[in-house]
Design a protein around this ligand. Structure first.
Ligand SMILES: Cc1cc2nc3c(=O)[nH]c(=O)nc-3n(C[C@H](O)[C@H](O)[C@H](O)COP(=O)(O)OP(=O)(O)OC[C@H]3O[C@@H](n4cnc5c(N)ncnc54)[C@H](O)[C@@H]3O)c2cc1C
Length: 473
């Protein structure tokens, strides 16, 4: 028979945020001479643990000293039009070096890269050797060294347990048999991601046809917005833009996970009528890969085609941007390419002809914003507008796939969930994707590091709170 169990900390979710919290809590408590009792809840099996984190390369905007891209806070303010919580962003920037140390001391190795061609903003980026999975494996390995800590698989959090005075005291959970029990703890961390795996919530917030958004990777199906729902039920505030999401444009012809085509800057993007609807040269890849995908979903009924020619496909810096397991459609004429893609030949030919005639004479240079733009057509192409007249011609059908949602819980700089009135809810923390900060556009390469940073902060804070409570008693 299921009975109640008591812990010092319950963590919901076994991704970057959840494991950073658990390890940080265990180690802070241990330093004070206490072997912490921790339950990390994971609704998947062990083999699939860590929904998003498991699938990401976990790119990060840091240099070799783990100093955050100095432009990030400003970009957050600019992109969010002032809506992103500045105090939170500054705390994140400040804490990043300590998170780098934390991850490296726990065995995560990093690969550092000099200025990527995909971005004019960044001079450096980094990612763990082995991606997000390396973070999960390293931190779970360390957690296993603490005898009081356990990861409980195939068990999902359903609701929060609240004391009469409003303190979070535990979590009601359901196991694979469908039976429920209560895990009691003075601190609960919600680290169970956004609602990208919940089409009811996606439809509610993103609007009609959200069911047409494919999943970028299978792991995100586990993130069904439960933590947001549970916390809202006890009066938590929300933050981040609920009617936007981070989407990416994938090749629709393959079932391969993460089949992103990163080529729009060097193509024209047309809809099912063969017409352009997006300025492909407005921003470089890192600053626009989600914008083009969201426009494909929102403005083109999630059906679009990247059209280009051999000058691009045979370019040594660009061919990898068409990386997919199905070769692009290829033809010697635009009309034949249209036929292969199921597009109206007259319409596509007209679009290409108008585009070619509108390109200026500036030099084409894929390595920088080159000012080679169009005049007289709408929308314009603001950079890299090279006439498409070097056969063979190529095309790939693309659609937006959802990666993660922007809307989440409002948290403070200690990762505490705050109420709609702005007061921290005693005993409740949230970190990672579930904690919403993004509006209008997501400055990429920042969510895994944010998950680890605020998980680490929350774990240490909750452990200190626990010690202080013991001392007072
Ligand atoms: C393909 C891909 C590429 C990406 N690339 C990058 C990148 O380069 N850089 C970057 O910073 N970010 C990137 N991201 C985003 C990033 O991976 C995520 O934002 C981040 O990993 C989220 O971590 P998390 O711990 O908050 O959530 P997750 O890692 O998603 O963990 C949430 C966990 O909670 C569990 N869970 C959910 N609901 C429940 C419940 N009710 N009960 C129990 N368990 C539950 C899930 O099973 C999962 O294990 C990428 C994402 C994807 C999918």
């Amino acid at each position: 028979m299921a009975s109640d169990e008591t812990y010092d900390l319950v963590v919901v979710g076994c991704g970057a945020a959840g494991l950073s919290t658990a390890v940080s809590f265990a180690e802070t408590a241990k330093a004070e001479g206490h072997e912490a009792r921790i339950a990390v809840l994971e609704r998947s099996t062990e083999e699939e643990r860590g929904a998003s984190t498991r699938w990401t390369t976990a790119g990060m905007r840091v240099d070799r000293d783990f100093v955050m891209d100095p432009g990030w806070v400003g970009q957050m303010q600019e992109d969010s039009q002032g809506l992103a919580d500045l105090e939170y962003c500054l705390a994140y920037e400040r804490e990043v070096p300590a998170t780098g140390k934390f991850l490296q001391e726990h065995g995560v190795e990093f690969i550092f890269r000099d200025r990527p061609i995909s971005s004019s903003r960044l001079t450096m980026s980094a990612s763990p050797n082995g991606g997000g999975l390396a973070i999960i494996d390293a931190l779970a390995g360390h957690l296993a060294q603490h005898p009081g800590a356990q990861i409980i698989y195939e068990t999902e959090a359903v609701s929060l347990v609240l004391s009469d005075e409003g303190r979070v005291e535990g979590v009601r959970v359901r196991d694979r048999d469908g039976l429920m029990r209560t895990l009691r703890a003075p601190s609960v961390m919600l680290a169970c991601g956004g609602f990208e795996g919940n089409y009811e919530m996606l439809t509610h917030y993103l609007g009609k046809n959200a069911v047409d958004l494919k999943k970028l990777v299978p792991g995100t199906r586990f993130n069904t917005g439960d933590g947001i729902r549970m916390a809202q039920a006890i009066g938590a505030a929300t933050s981040g833009q609920f009617d936007r999401a981070h989407t990416e444009a994938i090749d629709v012809r393959t079932d391969r996970p993460d089949a992103v085509i990163s080529a729009h800057n060097f193509c024209i993007v047309v809809d099912a009528d063969g017409k352009r609807f997006y300025d492909e040269g407005a921003k470089d890849l890192l600053d626009s890969f989600e914008l083009v995908a969201f426009d494909i979903w929102e403005k083109a009924n999630n059906t679009a085609f990247y059209i280009t020619d051999d000058a691009v496909l045979s370019h040594e810096l660009l061919s990898s941007r068409f990386d997919t397991d199905v070769p692009p459609a290829k033809a010697d004429t635009i009309r034949d390419l249209a036929a292969q893609l199921g597009l109206d030949a007259d319409a596509l030919e007209q679009t290409v002809n108008e585009f070619n005639a509108a390109c200026n004479d500036a030099d084409w240079d894929p390595s920088r914003y080159d000012g080679k733009s169009t005049t007289g057509i709408t929308p314009p192409k603001s950079n890299w507008a090279n006439p498409i007249n070097h056969p063979p011609y190529y095309g790939i059908p693309v659609a937006a796939a959802i990666c993660f949602t922007y809307g989440g819980l409002k948290t403070d700089t200690l990762s505490r969930v705050v109420s709609t009135g702005g007061f921290p809810i005693p005993g409740l923390y949230a970190a990672g994707e579930i904690s919403g900060i993004t509006y209008h556009s997501y400055p990429a390469l920042t969510t895994v590091l944010r998950a680890c940073t605020f998980g680490r902060i929350a774990g240490a804070h909750a452990a200190v709170q626990m010690q202080e409570a013991v001392t007072v008693r």
